[in-house]
Design a protein around this ligand. Sequence first.
Ligand SMILES: [Cu+2]
Length: 98
Amino acid sequence: MPRIMVLSLLALVTVALVAAPAKDATVTLTVTGLHCEPCADTVQEALQKVKGVKEAKVSYDDKEAVVKYDPGACKVDDLLKAVREAKGMSKYDATVKK
Ligand SMILES: [Cu+2]
């Protein structure tokens, strides 16, 4: 392959990688301390306030939080911290569900 073709191909790949929108990640957390529906709302709001979180849904029935986030803007640890620091009727904690 001529060198110029290799170079333009490389340039194209680079442009494609840079232009590609960041892929959102989704994580499911097991949440403890939820003893009623308002608790789930409290934790959900705390998660939604984390920078980089696109969507957070806390289920009181499942004691679970499903969070969609931008991995370039926040980490799972930030999500766990937000749950622990959520001010509600109880003390909450979260772990990543395997
Ligand atoms: Cu409660």
